[in-house]
Design a protein around this ligand. Structure first.
Ligand SMILES: Nc1ncnc2c1ncn2[C@@H]1O[C@H](COP(=O)(O)OP(=O)(O)OP(=O)(O)O)[C@@H](O)[C@H]1O
Ligand SMILES: [Mg+2]
Length: 255
């Protein structure tokens, strides 16, 4: 590991070492090493099927690791069940099925707080309404009636309502119009400014998203390369078209 890599590892809130995982007998991740330091925004980028979501699912104990370790805040997660991670300060917004479409916005938020005292639940839901005004007027609506951007806002708010120290986001802006992507980026930056460390999987809108991250890990075929700057990824035309497959001019054009 480089000197800079060692320094980052020393202050890591999340430390992944030699992680192998996959589905049944099919291996996907191969010896993944990843460090995220407190206060950073770290991105994971890579083409479709590279294993980005598999990495998050394995970190969050939804898939068993076949080898390697994940430590959070110094604790080895090998024996921690997935449902125990929120209490440790870990939040996760999956790529798919990240809201309950048949529940109201209010109940989506309440589910994240199940087990807490009802007065606290009401207080925290009111605070979400203040932080995300677009949700405030929609508390009684089913999540299925929200737009794509609003659903991602609800998924983010449902994760933030537990006040995590660390939040992993799996493609929170994919499929959204550029103006809405900018709104979700503002939400993400506010979360970072309030002290939450972020691991952000980015697949679309690299020109909009990557300038805001501190370091970028590139994943290809289940192998995670050592981190580089976002500028290095954006300036490498070959990486750009391979990973994102988008026309830069199209991304920069207004809605
Ligand atoms: N539930 C599953 N069962 C079997 N194979 C799976 C499953 N989920 C993903 N895979 C396979 O694992 C590999 C990695 O998939 P993964 O979803 O982690 O990629 P990704 O980088 O998140 O892609 P995308 O950018 O499309 O979200 C792919 O070959 C995929 O087909
Ligand atoms: Mg994915």
């Amino acid at each position: 590991m480089s000197e800079a890599g060692e320094a980052a590892a020393a202050g890591s809130i999340l430390r992944v070492r030699g992680l192998d995982a996959g589905y049944g007998g099919f291996p996907v991740l191969h010896g993944v090493d990843l460090d995220v330091s407190a206060g950073e925004i770290v991105a994971v980028v890579g083409p479709n099927g590279a294993g980005k979501s598999t990495l998050l699912k394995t970190i969050f104990r939804l898939l068993p690791a076949q080898a390697g370790s994940v430590r959070f805040d110094g604790a080895d997660l090998r024996r921690t069940p997935a449902h125990g991670l929120a209490a440790m300060g870990m939040g996760y917004v999956p790529q798919e099925n990240n809201t309950f479409p048949d529940l109201s916005v209010r109940d989506n938020l309440a589910v994240a707080l199940r087990g807490q005292n009802p007065i606290e639940i009401r207080r925290k839901i009111r605070a979400v309404g203040e932080a995300y005004p677009a949700l405030a007027g929609r508390m009684g609506q089913n999540a299925s009636t929200l737009s794509g951007g609003e659903r991602q806002m609800l998924a983010l708010a449902s994760a933030m309502i537990t006040s995590p120290k660390f939040l992993a986001l799996d493609e929170p802006t994919t499929g959204l119009a550029p103006s809405i992507v900018r709104e979700r980026i503002d939400d993400i930056l506010r979360i970072r400014d309030a002290g939450t460390t972020l691991l952000w999987v980015i697949e679309e809108s690299p020109l909009l998203c990557l300038p805001h991250v501190d370091r970028v890990f590139v994943m290809q075929a289940g192998v995670l390369d050592p981190p580089v700057t976002s500028q290095a990824v954006l300036e490498d035309a070959a990486l750009h078209s391979l990973f994102f497959g988008v026309d830069q001019a199209a991304e920069q054009s207004p809605d």
